[in-house]
Design a protein around this ligand. Structure first.
Ligand SMILES: [Zn+2]
Length: 282
């Protein structure tokens, strides 16, 4: 009743009838009686909602004042404000994990099919997106010679799924490992990192293998890879890399590679004749 009275006051009417006839001036001849009653609120199913009940040419009719009751209105507003806050928090996290610039338009449409292999790769990646949208949890590793469009494809996967409402991270492996190194001795940051990393529907790690610059870091980074891959258990992850499997074993370690192979399908776009095994370490 509180809201209704306020509205009446605003409109300069004091009685329920005056308000009613202000809205329906043509009813004056037909309506013999009008009053405001509490009727069932469709949301909380209690007699808490205001409605006009009136007698129109002898028939008792009812008209809504509000779609739901005041208490439900308040609750809906609070819920909406809460949801907005959660969304804002997610946006902040995503800003820290999603490194595709807004003006970067790399997608499926503008992916250049240079030959049969890249055409098949595009088809495979598009099919992967479709399966993830259907609820499949699956990893994808896109390996190939630099310049074959691996990152472009990975971005197309990330952007499409994000556009369809999935929570997506896209990060270069170097940046990912910089994040990890930056958290040494900070358990709170480490916990937050893990919490965020495992929650994304999809994480794309671009350029796997480049994060290891020195051979003496290999044992550490290999352990980190195992931990990262384990954190993504039950979720989907996409990797891109310049390395074939044999070289990848050397740069991320056998144990990490074996973990990475679990539930993972491959897109391979290697240009014949070129060999990138020479430059594993600096
Ligand atoms: Zn209600």
């Amino acid at each position: 009743m509180v809201i209704a009275q306020t509205v009446f006051e605003l409109l300069g009417v004091r009685r329920v009838e005056d308000m009613f006839f202000k809205i329906h001036p043509d009813y004056i001849k037909h309506v013999s009686e009008v009053r405001m009653e509490k009727v069932d609120c469709p949301r909380c199913n209690q007699k808490t909602k205001d409605a006009w009940v009136y007698c129109y040419d002898g028939d008792w009719l009812q008209e809504n004042v509000w779609p739901i009751c005041h208490e439900c209105e308040k609750a809906a507003y609070a819920k909406d404000a809460g949801a907005k806050l959660v969304q804002k928090h997610k946006d902040v996290i995503d800003g820290d994990w999603y490194f595709i610039r807004p003006d970067d338009t790399a997608g499926f449409k503008n992916f250049e099919e240079m030959n049969v292999a890249t055409g098949a790769a595009k088809q495979h990646a598009a099919d992967y997106v479709k399966r993830l949208m259907d609820g499949e949890v699956r990893n994808l590793r896109i390996s190939g010679t630099p310049g074959t469009g691996k990152t472009h494809l990975a971005k197309a996967v990330a952007r499409t799924l994000r556009h369809k409402g999935k929570r997506v991270a896209f990060i270069e492996s170097v940046k990912l490992f910089d994040k990890i190194k930056g958290m040494f001795g900070n358990p709170v940051a480490q916990e937050r990192f893990e919490d965020h990393f495992k929650k994304f529907d999809l994480v794309v790690i671009d350029d796997v293998g480049v994060e290891t610059h020195k051979e003496d870091e290999l044992s550490w980074s290999s352990k980190e890879w195992v931990r990262l891959i384990d954190l993504r258990y039950g979720k989907s992850t996409v990797y891109t890399t310049n390395f074939d499997k044999e070289s990848l074993r050397k740069v991320i370690g056998a144990r990490a590679l074996s973990r990475m192979n679990e539930n993972t399908e491959d897109i391979e776009i290697f240009t014949p004749g070129e060999d990138y095994r020479e430059k594993l370490f600096y």
